[in-house]
Design a protein around this ligand. Structure first.
Ligand code: 2PG
Ligand code: MG
Length: 434
């Protein structure tokens, strides 16, 4: 009853208006599953390959008809007849069919679409909610949301060099209350920006995208918004993803908006001075993906007092995460399903990280869709943190709303991850100033 009977695909649009892959899987028992693949802008160089047609006459070369054809013509005939309940076997088969290290033959967008749509169909067959199917009876943890409320870098066309400035409502009792706090701080931020005559137009992840003269001003604005909304830093803290891989030129970090350049050591100094003065509890990609020495220095200097999340350097890849573990780099790992390309491999990366004290932070991409798979996924793995953009724009809000429904469904069994999700930042030394 759970054997894959048909696999179809089509080109649909993501939140930036770019094409992406949607896959539909049907089982012989009649159950169906669907998935839409997201797409990044500040992608890591070692990410699994997102196959684009390159035909300048369609969508500026960004069409995905080749990936769609790979699903229907290459993958479908090979996976029809497989049991959708055996996700590991399916994902292994998908990797074999591709045959490359980085999924460049069939495309990670084609492969992930099949992997997730099939998981959904199998889930339908069991009659369980997706988080319960994927995670079992122990899947009860609602994540601390990382709400990206001020967008810069590759996600906005402004003078702000750093990409993401986030609210982390970590000290609230439930997910619903955390989301309320995040949303109230977001509205307060709008008022703070208006009060200063700054733009409240939004960037790719729904956060505001004002032009600022100094990157640090963005953090000041968030701090002001938290106070204006009436929250303490023990309730709502701050997270950053500067995405500096895009800033590194000839060994120096070029802050164009500020007209200055920093060495790796100077960038560590900058983060340290921010940690001393602001309630920052999570720093993702404090260094560029290839600056392993800078990453080591950063981890040595600040790893005891703040969550250091590896994104571009690990790209959800167990091999690269292992390299980071061996080198003593970062202390948490970002999990983006399309960076690696199958559900099974993403779960492997989560398990490897956990075995070495690296907490997972599940993440959306800047190009998102109405697909809410990651909301169920983060509950399934008891992940504890979900980075999903601002509480604004439906492709972001859809995931937050799904989590509200899951929390309600779990009732008394639901556990909000809260401050325990960020153990380093919760240490007395780090919170003393707050
Ligand atoms: C990141 C992501 C998501 P993108 O850098 O963490 O916020 O951005 O999807 O553009 O890679
Ligand atoms: Mg990132």
């Amino acid at each position: 009853m759970t054997l894959i009977e048909s696999v179809s695909a089509q080109e649909v649009l993501d939140s930036r208006g770019n094409p992406t892959v949607e896959v539909h899987v049907e089982l012989d028992g009649g159950w169906e599953g669907q998935a839409i693949v997201p797409s990044g802008a500040s992608t890591g160089i070692h990410e699994a390959v997102e196959l684009r047609d390159g035909d300048p006459k369609r969508y500026g070369g960004k069409g995905v008809l080749t990936a769609v054809a790979n699903v229907t013509d290459v993958i479908a005939p090979e996976v029809i007849g497989m049991d959708a309940l055996d996700q590991v076997a399916l994902d292994r088969r998908l990797c074999e069919l591709d045959g490359t290290e980085n999924k460049s033959r069939l495309g990670a967008n084609a492969i992930l679409g099949v992997s997730l749509a099939s998981a959904r169909a199998a889930c339908e067959a069991t009659g369980l909610p997706l988080y319960r199917y994927l995670g079992g009876v122990g899947a009860v943890t609602l994540p601390v949301p990382q709400l990206n409320v001020l967008n810069g870098g590759a996600h906005a066309q402004t003078s702000v060099d750093f990409q993401e400035f986030m609210f982390l409502p970590w000290g609230m009792p439930t997910f619903a209350e955390a989301l309320r706090a995040g949303s109230e701080c977001f509205q307060a931020l709008r008022a703070v920006l208006r009060g200063r005559g700054l733009h409240t137009g939004q960037g790719d992840e729904g956060g505001f995208a004002p032009s600022l003269t100094r990157n640090e001003e963005a953090v000041e604005l968030l701090v002001e918004a938290i106070a204006r909304a009436g929250y303490t830093h023990a309730q709502v803290a701050i997270g950053l993803d500067p995405a500096p891989s895009a800033l590194l030129k000839d060994g120096r970090y070029v802050l164009k908006g500020e007209g200055r350049e920093l060495t790796s050591a100077e960038l560590v100094d900058l983060w340290e001075s921010w940690l001393d003065r602001y309630p920052i509890v999570s720093l993702e990609d404090g260094m560029a993906e290839e600056d392993w020495d800078g990453w080591q220095l950063l981890t040595r200097r600040l790893g005891e007092r703040v969550q250091l999340v590896g994104d571009d350097n690990f790209v959800t890849n167990p091999k690269l995460l292992q390299k980071g573990i061996d080198l003593g780099v970062a202390n948490a790992v970002l999990i983006k399903l399309n960076q690696i390309g199958t559900l099974t491999e993403a779960m492997e990366t989560v398990a490897l990280g956990r075995a070495h004290g690296y907490n997972p932070v599940v993440s959306h991409r800047s190009g998102e869709t109405e697909d809410t798979f990651i909301a169920d996924f983060v509950v399934a793995i008891n992940g504890g943190q979900l980075k999903d953009g601002a509480p604004s724009r439906s492709e972001r809000v859809a995931k937050y709303n799904r989590l509200l429904r899951i929390e309600r469904e779990l009732g008394g069994a639901a556990v909000f991850a809260g401050r325990a999700a960020l153990p380093r930042a919760s240490a007395p030394a780090a919170t003393g100033a707050r």
